[in-house]
Design a protein around this ligand. Structure first.
Ligand SMILES: [Zn+2]
Length: 298
């Protein structure tokens, strides 16, 4: 399943408590919501969030009939389910993002926030995302920007050895990459996307700013800077919106598609889904569709 891809796995880490709650990240949360609201097509049949974690951003998807929250870590999805409940509107899917278990054209919109910066093979992920979007579907993404103002100042003053102007990704910690804006735009084009909007986000992430003003005040100023800042993209976080070519409706017959063979449609058999193509069986446990490893044939 995961051959050729190293995965940054948040399983069992309580990402919510460890990273978000009481950690002085209210500002980041606020500005990311502002950016996402601005870029998301407000309505649609189906939205997929890849790397949804505990569903932090789920209430922004109110205009969608169905929301698929996908993550590699089941622990985060269980937290999301506790908060959002079990229904046909929210589907919880554990899967490797390089093998999305969704049918081609099944989504109007795909979102990835704080996800791409963990990927060694961004191009493979982008192509997979393009495949599950309908023609003319939207992809809203966030990435960590290596050419940010702090990195530029540190580099120019000799306090940082790596150049923020070199376009190749910079791995600042294991499985944590910062990307150059030109590189990311090129990758999106390679995967077939047309980029039609961008926002520079999180200008005031530095602790110095957080000591000077409240998260809400900083977020209000960041809001004013997101559009104009996108011209230079000197912020540590950048949001983009891309579209797949053409126009067309979402495919509604099949939602899931077998990630093992990449083509078989799946039908329910008890607590499992069985692939018509390769016979793989996938478990549905505790309200979570588990596409990480097939269960043994019975
Ligand atoms: Zn299959």
């Amino acid at each position: 399943m995961n051959q050729g891809h190293v995965i940054c796995d948040y399983e069992g880490t309580s990402y919510r408590a460890r990273f978000w709650e009481g950690r002085g990240r209210e500002y980041e949360d606020l500005v990311e919501r502002i950016a996402l609201r601005r870029l998301l097509p407000p309505r649609g049949r189906r939205l997929l969030e890849v790397g949804a974690g505990f569903g932090r951003l789920a209430e922004l998807y109110a205009g969608y009939d169905q929301v698929v929250l996908l993550d590699y870590a089941k622990s985060g999805l269980l937290e999301a389910q506790e908060r959002l409940g079990r229904s046909d509107r929210f589907l919880y899917v554990a899967a490797d993002l390089h093998h999305l278990p969704l049918a081609p054209g099944a989504c109007d919109t795909v979102v990835t926030v704080r996800v791409l910066h963990h990927l060694v093979n961004v191009q493979s992920a982008l192509r997979g995302i393009a495949a599950v979007l309908r023609p003319g579907g939207a992809y809203v993404l966030e990435y960590a920007n290596k050419r940010n103002l702090k990195a530029i100042l540190r580099y120019l003053s000799g306090r940082q050895s790596w150049s923020p102007f070199v376009t190749t990704p910079y791995e600042f910690a294991e499985l944590n990459f910062d990307f150059h804006p030109s590189w990311m735009t090129h990758e999106l084009h390679q995967a077939g996307f047309t980029v039609d909007a961008g926002l520079a986000v999180s200008h005031f992430r530095h602790p110095l700013f957080k000591r000077l003003a409240s998260p809400r005040a900083l977020a209000a100023v960041d809001r004013l800077m997101q559009r104009v800042g996108a011209v230079w993209k000197l912020s540590p976080s950048v949001f983009l919106r891309g579209h797949t070519p053409g126009s067309g409706a979402v495919v509604t017959e099949d939602l899931f598609c077998c990630p093992a063979c990449g083509k078989g449609s799946l039908t329910a058999r008890g607590d499992t889904l069985v692939c018509a193509g390769c016979g793989a069986l996938w478990a549905v446990t505790d309200g979570i569709y588990d596409f990480k490893t097939p269960v043994a044939a019975q």
